[in-house]
Ligand binder design. Structure first.
Ligand code: HEC
Length: 159
């Protein structure tokens, strides 16, 4: 019996390796990817909101600063949130990552780098505490950074 058991184990291990080589992420892994992706995107949304609250006089500068710092980190992390084979809708299904992301990966990376650079600019502005500097940097990141990618690579799911 031992040799048989052993060959089953080896067989199972081998099929996992082959699945990885084929780039076909096991279903459960894809679920995890989609979950992390959505969580990070939502985190970016609330970080941006915190900065807006500061502009509106409804939050402390310290909160805006830590959110801006966080945005410089999350925007840089975006490429690893989109491994190949993970097109599809986020867990509660309001948005979908379009297949164009992987068809035109370099264009996607350009959109990500643009957003990351705008987040860096926003951090400098927020650290100054000067609202006349923060406002334009905030709009630029939201509209052209986040929005620039969403317009091309994100699909709203109609319900
Ligand atoms: C390079 C592309 C790209 C950039 C840059 C980007 N996003 Fe996204 N975002 C996506 C894609 C694709 C989706 C759809 C997948 C999903 O919803 O998980 C998405 C989804 C979202 C969602 C919806 C999450 C959900 O499913 O409920 C929010 C909120 C969001 N992004 C916020 C932001 C904010 C804020 C920024 C800027 C600080 C940003 N994103 C930058 C590509 C991007």
């Amino acid at each position: 019996m031992v040799p048989l058991t052993k060959s089953l184990v080896v067989g199972a291990a081998l099929s996992i390796v082959l699945a990885a080589i084929n780039g076909a992420a096991p279903a459960q892994d894809k679920e995890t990817v989609l979950k992390n992706r959505q969580a990070t995107m939502k985190e970016q949304g609330s970080d941006l909101q915190n900065i807006k609250s500061y502009l509106d006089g409804k939050a402390e500068l310290e909160k805006a600063k830590s959110s801006a710092l966080n945005l410089t980190q999350t925007t840089k992390k975006i490429p690893e949130l989109f491994p190949p084979g993970t097109a599809g809708r986020s867990p509660d299904g309001d948005y979908e990552a379009k297949p164009e992301i992987w068809i035109d990966w370099n264009k996607f990376l350009d959109a990500q780098k643009t957003a990351a650079a705008k987040a860096d600019t926003l951090l400098v502005a927020v650290n100054s505490g000067d609202k006349t500097k923060i406002e334009p940097a905030f709009s630029d990141l939201g509209k052209n950074g986040c929005g620039g990618c969403h317009t091309t690579f994100r699909e709203k799911i109609e319900k």
